[in-house]
Design a protein around this ligand. Structure first.
Ligand SMILES: O=C(O)/C=C/C(=O)CC(=O)CC(=O)O
Ligand SMILES: [Ca+2]
Ligand SMILES: [Mg+2]
Length: 415
């Protein structure tokens, strides 16, 4: 469908991922103005701070300017699902009812004229490991002599706590990390810049509503707590990781940078992208059961402009609601801004693998790029972009935009 959103008076380019059915949240500056909460429609950005200051969000939440004429989504996210629904309904009204056009149109700013930031303050950051194809591939590569999947893998969504302070917005340069590594053929460990720098294409979930210590969040409560969805590139230094991570798990090989796309797509925009959860055998324990679903988000990974993978999020084994329930089943509380990533998204086909270690099978099968060069792991100057799109109502496309990063050479020790 060429015109997925005929109801809006805002011009929407054909096939745009930002029709009125999307209305994601971000944080942006425009010229000298301070950072505000914004939304995007077509190729225009609108400050919710400006809408609020003009009285156009009256009747949604108390004092909307206090939540939107600021440079972070956290206070709004903390208000909870009824407030999110009220604001979304009002924004939809403003962009679809022509009587609002004269008031709202002057507030539209071209996307190209704004600078986008990390839209929320990250509280805790968790990274899961929930793609069966990814886990199987990594098991084969890292543990060729054992079972590909660990015995616990189909009983619980495996994850680890990452480093929230190094979650960075799309476009932040990625400095090649240095660390210890020891290849099987090396006699001794050595220190230096990673020579196996990799990507992980993932989908991230942003928690809005907090939960108290001691009260697990049930699978059915997912949509009460999760505000929205982003794309993630969880940069990974495979050589540092391989030497450091047994038995306690990923540490410095994954904590130097995790890039996030600038738009948080509300769960409400993904209603039509829900898919049946995968068949789970063995049946998980009761706290992981309940009404749950996956999301049909088609990812695309480009390396210096060449498409190298199309990972399908729909096939993930554990659903985001099961991940949330697992993360809190021990009584751990949720804070506004908690962020959890799905784990690397890989599909069953070779061209659906979400990391270079899989795409090149541990560096043995180089990728061929459009410029004639080949790659196993990332070299300085490489740019990786991950984009995503999901189905919306009436044939609309719900876009996530993209998360981009370019590799810079390692800082010399002492710098
Ligand atoms: O299986 C391993 O040894 C390693 C797995 C990963 O590096 C993946 C990871 O950290 C989580 C994920 O993104 O799926
Ligand atoms: Ca990861
Ligand atoms: Mg990371």
């Amino acid at each position: 469908m060429n015109q997925p959103s005929p109801a809006t008076w805002v011009p929407i380019p054909p096939l745009s991922g930002f029709p009125v059915e999307n209305l994601p949240y971000g944080v942006a500056t425009h010229g000298e103005r301070p950072a505000h909460v914004v939304t995007r429609i077509g190729d225009s950005v609108v400050s919710l701070g400006a809408l609020a200051l003009n009285g156009l969000l009256d009747g949604t939440i108390e004092e909307p300017a206090a939540y939107f004429a600021i440079g972070t989504l956290n206070p709004f996210m903390a208000l909870g699902a009824p407030a999110w629904a009220a604001v979304r309904e009002r924004l939809t009204e403003l962009f679809t009812e022509t009587r609002h056009r004269s008031a709202v149109e002057p507030l539209l700013v071209p996307l190209a004229d704004v600078v986008l930031y990390l839209p929320f303050q990250v509280a805790d950051y968790v990274d899961f490991y929930s793609s069966e194809d990814h886990a199987t591939n990594l098991g084969r590569i890292f543990r060729p002599d054992g079972e590909a999947l660990m015995p616990n893998w189909k009983h619980l969504p495996i994850g680890y706590h990452g480093r929230s302070g190094t979650v960075v917005p799309s476009g932040t340069p990625i400095l090649r990390p240095s660390g210890q590594r020891k290849a099987p053929t090396d006699e001794e460990p050595r220190f230096g810049p990673s020579v196996r720098l990799d990507i992980e294409a993932e989908v991230g979930f942003v928690v809005g509503t907090p939960s108290p210590l001691g009260r697990p969040v049930r699978v059915e409560e997912f949509a009460d707590h999760v505000f929205g969805v982003t794309l993630v590139n969880d940069w990974s230094a495979r050589d540092i990781q391989a030497w450091e991570y047994v038995p306690l798990g990923p540490f410095l090989g994954k904590s130097f940078a995790t890039s996030v796309s600038p738009w948080v797509v509300p769960l409400a925009a993904l209603q039509d992208a829900r898919v049946a959860p995968p068949y789970q055998d063995p049946v998980p324990l009761p706290y992981l059961q309940g009404e749950t679903w996956g999301y049909d988000i088609a990812l695309e990974v480009t390396l210096n402009g060449t498409t190298v993978s199309r990972p399908p999020f729909a096939g993930l084994y554990w659903t985001p609601a099961q991940q949330l329930a697992h993360m809190t089943v021990n009584g751990a509380s949720l804070r506004t801004g908690d962020f959890y990533a799905s784990g690397t998204v890989s599909g069953p086909l070779p061209e659906q693998r979400g990391s270079l270690i899989e795409l090149t099978w541990n560096g043995t099968e180089p990728l061929h790029l459009a410029d004639g060069s080949t790659r196993t792991f990332l070299v300085d100057g490489d740019t990786v972009a991950i984009s995503g799109v999901a189905p919306g109502p009436n044939g609309a496309r719900i876009g996530f935009g993209e998360v981009v990063g370019t590799i810079q050479s390692a800082a010399r020790p002492g710098q």
